[in-house]
Design a protein around this ligand. Structure first.
Ligand SMILES: Nc1ncnc2c1ncn2[C@@H]1O[C@H](COP(=O)(O)OP(=O)(O)OP(=O)(O)O)[C@@H](O)[C@H]1O
Ligand SMILES: [Mg+2]
Length: 480
């Protein structure tokens, strides 16, 4: 993917800002050049009217011009750099400031005379008798309500064209500066936008190849920052899903490896025996023993498959318990009877502590509770030699449960293994002199799942060489 956001975004921002600057300045330039002349004429004529009024203030006390009057006009001509005429009520120019002698005796237009006689100032652009374009204003000459005539002030217009030319030049410079400024601002903006986008692009490219470890480090709180946060969140999720998937795959792999390992041992033994029998290598008298071993291996395999099926169903929540009131002591007695012979064979005594007055009643599925206790007692028998096994059940009203304990004086479990024995296929081998035949490490995993399904709990207390006590807590039937 050849994404180069830098160039296209930079180009877009640059073009749009330059176009904005140029359009803005063109509009301003047009407006200014359009209105500047009239603005300058207006403000200049306003100023000239004020000056003319000041001239009037100086000469209003001389209704008939004399020499002093002429001196005054000369003074104002020089002070304001404006040519001055005085005309009478008929519009005849009677006095001019000295530089404009030629116009004496001429007259101003009737329109101007009319306006001035009525007390209003007049403004016009062309003055008769003067070649150069001039701006002229006229104000009444007189005092209070008495008007003797008018005072005219002239000023050449040429200065104004220069001013507008200057204005245009300024606009050109401002435009150049605007273009340069747009370039700088566009560069900064495109850099600040494209830098995080590049980071996001890099992270997205990694996601595409299944690498979710990268994180985008953008602190801004704008839309790009929000996008980065969302992508980071997405990567968290993907990473978690990926880890879960790997874990699940690993678990599936371990499970299959364990199952095939557990099945291979008895199968290999049986295959060997069957081949020996087939080849007639075994004497008539010894055959029964071989058949018995093969029968036991078949039983073991059968149990293994049953256990695996149970465990799968438990983990997939496919087992539904049928809850009822269960006499726990009856189950314990039944199991004690079932295992007595096997225990005897190992020199172990199984005893059952019976409370006949108030036998504890558990709220449980009887078949599954029997399966839990069967697995625990089977372990106790298997891992105890020449010892004792004590089975006990009692109601614990404060905890609203029946506490069932299976205590043996067997080989015990090391503290490190006590947390692991509940994992499927785990067999404690630390400090064990030999491997127990027929152990597949599924019994306690099933116990844990079943107890949890009963909303109960199970734990172990054990010391190596001293024995173990398994405590199961199952909800008590509430007395009504
Ligand atoms: N009462 C006990 N005394 C000593 N060790 C025990 C006892 N109960 C369980 N263990 C240890 O915990 C391990 C796991 O027990 P679990 O019942 O799950 O498997 P198993 O008895 O080996 O095989 P299975 O129950 O599937 O036939 C055993 O292999 C054993 O090492
Ligand atoms: Mg077991």
């Amino acid at each position: 993917m050849n994404l180069n956001p830098n160039k296209s975004i930079f180009r877009k921002i640059l073009i749009s800002s330059i176009v904005t600057v140029l359009l803005g300045l063109c509009a301003v330039g047009l407006v200014i050049s359009f209105f500047a002349k009239s603005y300058i004429v207006d403000s200049r004529s306003d100023e000239m009217i004020r000056q003319a009024k000041r001239v009037n203030l100086a000469v209003q006390d001389y209704p008939i011009p004399n020499e002093g009057f002429k001196d005054l006009l000369l003074f104002f001509d020089q002070a304001y750099d404006k040519r001055i005429w005085i005309f009478d009520a008929e519009g005849n120019i009677i006095v001019t400031s000295s530089k404009d002698e030629v116009n004496a005796g001429k007259s101003v237009s009737d329109k101007v005379v009319n306006q001035v006689i009525h007390g209003d100032p007049a403004i016009w652009n062309q003055t008769e008798g003067i070649e150069e374009a001039m701006l002229s204003v006229a104000v009444p000459w007189g005092k209070d309500n008495q008007v003797y005539g008018g005072i005219v002030l002239h000023s050449p217009l040429k200065g104004m064209d220069e001013t507008t030319a200057q204005l245009r030049e300024t606009i050109v410079w401002v435009t150049l500066f605007g273009v340069f400024f747009s370039f700088a601002v566009s560069s900064y903006l495109s850099w600040s936008i494209t830098r995080p986008i590049k980071q996001i692009d890099k992270a997205a490219a990694k996601i595409a190849i299944g690498d979710y470890s990268d994180r985008i480090h953008i602190k801004s709180k704008d839309e790009v920052g929000e996008l980065a946060t969302t992508i980071n969140h997405m990567m968290d999720q993907l990473e978690r899903v990926d880890q879960d998937k790997n874990k699940l795959n690993q678990m599936r792999h371990d499970f299959l490896a364990n199952v095939s390992h557990e099945l291979r041992t008895p199968l290999t033994a049986m295959l060997g025996f069957l081949e020996a029998l087939q080849d007639g290598l075994i004497e008539e008298g010894a055959r029964d023993k071989y058949y018995e071993i093969m029968y036991n291996e078949t039983l073991h395999m059968n149990r293994l498959v049953d256990d695996i099926t149970d465990l799968m169903k438990l983990e997939n929540k496919e087992i539904h318990l049928v809850f009822m009131t269960v006499d726990v002591q009856a189950i314990l007695s039944k199991l004690a009877f079932k295992f007595r012979q096997e225990a005897d064979g190992r020199g172990t005594v199984i005893s059952c502590v019976i409370d006949e007055d108030s036998p504890p009643q558990a709220y449980a599925d009887p078949d599954r509770l029997e399966q839990i206790l069967n697995n625990l007692i089977k372990n106790a028998v298997k891992f105890t030699e020449n010892g004792t096994i004590e089975l006990k059940a009692m109601a614990v009203p404060t905890e609203e449960c029946v506490l069932i304990t299976v205590t043996d004086t067997g080989i015990g479990i090391s503290p490190e293994d006590q947390g692991l024995i509940w994992e499927r296929f785990f067999k404690a081998e630390r400090g064990r002199p030999f491997k127990h035949k027929g152990s597949s490490g599924l019994g306690l995993a099933i116990v844990r799942e079943l107890v949890e399904l009963h909303n109960g709990s199970v734990r172990v207390q054990s010391e190596i060489g001293q024995g173990s006590t398994f405590e199961v807590r199952i909800p008590l039937v509430k007395s009504t």
